[in-house]
Write a protein that binds this ligand. Sequence first.
Ligand code: BG6
Ligand code: MG
Length: 214
Amino acid sequence: TYKACLFDLDGVLVDTAIYHFQAWRTLGKQFDFELSHEQNEGLKGISRVESLEKILHWAHYQATQEQKERWLKEKNDTYLELISHMNPSEILPGVISFLSQLKEQGYLIALGSASKNARIILEKTGLITWFNAIIDGNLVTKSKPDPEVFLKGAAALHCQASDCIVFEDAQAGIDAAKAGGMKVIGIGSQKVLQGADKVISSFTDLQVSELLHL
Ligand code: BG6
Ligand code: MG
């Protein structure tokens, strides 16, 4: 049996990909680059710094360190403005019901997110009250697919990796969970998510009792 569930935030509990997309697009105007939806998919789960590196690579743009730092701040300022309007209606379908089933059945709940803005989003949406531990981008040095964020989540809950189930929408996150020796449920399409123990399209498709069969 399992004791804990570790959740990624963006794309699992809330759909912030659209805000990241808009913020990167706004920034891209400065170096004549239009991020495509497909490219935006490739930014899921990876850190802000790595995202900018990928974008500059796609744009064939050589930036100085100083420019990069300024752009990272600008992108985040735009993003902060966009997420400042978030509210509980942006919690993805089935999430609250799933979290309440978990609580009722005694599971511990932690966040394992690459985002440095995770706490703000959890507060704006009211999700914060569900969590026994929050590990976000401010607390890790290595980004997914490194397992650090999930291993720290398990440790914060005083659990072993084998006690935990991770919920992830990004391939980098699924790889991170596997590297940490955890079970992982992918949220999204079976076609794009490789190596998950189970893939669901949304939490409305999942009952807590099904976790025992992983
Ligand atoms: C992840 C997102 O959760 O957080 C990525 O999937 C994002 O797209 C990363 O780049 C870092 O987020 P932030 O909020 O620190 O810029
Ligand atoms: Mg995600």
